[in-house]
Design a binder for this molecule. Structure first.
Ligand SMILES: [Zn+2]
Length: 342
């Protein structure tokens, strides 16, 4: 089977966006503040939003199951306070759960956290546990920069984050390190802020001993790892200067990269530089880059083509990238599949 570890609910019915706009309006005028119960989306509307979009493309492109989380750019943790984020995260997670119930063979959830700038990450634990226990979610998205491009939180290696890591280890779930909308004019959201954050998260781990403290903690760094695979020699050299162990021992038991790199040479490089055990298939479809590549005639985010075509992977390695690695990195997903006889 082919597991796509990175998909967001970018096609949710318009009512969701309208509710969020109302919530934001309510920050200035409390009389406008909506209740969670004011949002009404039927199962038919959910079905329609998925069947003609993600599910259609999954079938056309030959992927089977997507690890599905709320729309990343809409998380916007910088808006409002913890209560704002908490209500918003609960609503978005519930919609992903309902999608996973409507299409249990094709979607399984990953949780957005109710992060808020300057708020202790402990505040996210209740939502994390609710999503794991009640919704059967298999992962979380962790935003290393809830300020939206101003980087006001401590690095991921700081003890600030440890209470969340303890819960991740306890529940055996990985985190995809995933920022949200940039509200810093210097950083385009998907073209700069996302890739900066991927690179930054990796370097924060490299300079620390985080995985000595948490040997079983796992991060998936999306978007092909930002600049990391391309500059692997730089990172190896910096680690050497810092007297850190070789990166394979220092980071690669804990850090994994997805394949959301939207051209063949990028995937060829990723699969050449990064050990195959650390690469997970993903497309982030339907996401930031929706067009057709005029050089190939195929959609940029049709990433399966690049994996199939790269000369660096044989059949066994491809199986790891498409399925086996995801089952190892997301043990709760593996258990859910085994329970279905898969
Ligand atoms: Zn994403």
């Amino acid at each position: 089977m082919i597991i796509d570890c990175h998909g967001h609910y970018t096609t949710a019915p318009k009512a969701l966006e309208n509710w969020r706009s109302q919530q934001i309006a309510g920050l200035k005028d409390p009389a406008l503040k909506p209740r969670a119960a004011d949002l009404k989306i039927s199962d038919d509307e959910l079905r329609e939003s998925i069947e003609g979009n993600q599910l259609r493309l999954m079938k056309e492109r030959g992927s089977d199951l997507t690890i599905f989380s709320p729309r990343a750019s809409f998380m916007a943790h910088h808006i409002g306070d913890f209560e704002t984020s908490s209500t918003w995260a609960a609503i978005c997670n519930e919609l992903c759960f309902r999608v996973s119930e409507l299409f249990p063979d094709h979607f399984i959830g990953a949780a957005m956290l109710p992060q808020s700038p300057g708020v202790d990450p402990r505040s996210c634990i209740a939502e994390l546990e609710r999503c794991v226990r009640e919704y059967g979610f298999v992962a979380i998205n962790l935003n290393p920069d809830p300020s939206g491009g101003h980087w006001t939180s401590p690095p991921l290696s700081d003890r600030h984050w440890y209470p969340l890591y303890e819960k991740m280890v306890e529940h055996d779930i990985p985190a995809m390190v995933h920022v949200s909308t940039s509200c810093n004019a210097c950083f385009h959201t998907t073209g700069a802020h996302y890739l900066n954050a991927d690179t930054t998260a990796f370097m924060q781990c490299l300079t620390s001993d985080l995985f000595t403290d948490f040997p079983t903690l796992r991060f998936v760094i999306p978007h092909g790892g930002g600049a990391v695979p391309y500059h692997w020699g730089r990172f190896r050299g910096l680690a050497q200067e810092m007297k850190k162990p070789l990166l394979k021992a220092h980071l690669l038991n804990n850090i994994f990269f997805d394949t959301c790199v939207y051209h063949q040479p990028g995937i060829d490089l990723l699969t050449r530089v990064i050990p195959v055990d650390n690469i997970l298939f993903a497309s982030e479809m339907i996401g930031a880059v929706r067009g057709i590549d005029p050089e190939t005639g195929f959609f940029y985010d049709d990433t399966r083509r690049y994996i199939d075509a790269t000369p660096m992977l044989d059949a066994e390695a491809r199986h790891k990238v498409f399925e086996a690695n995801a089952r190892r990195v997301y043990p709760r997903l593996d258990r859910a599949l085994i329970a279905k006889g898969l």
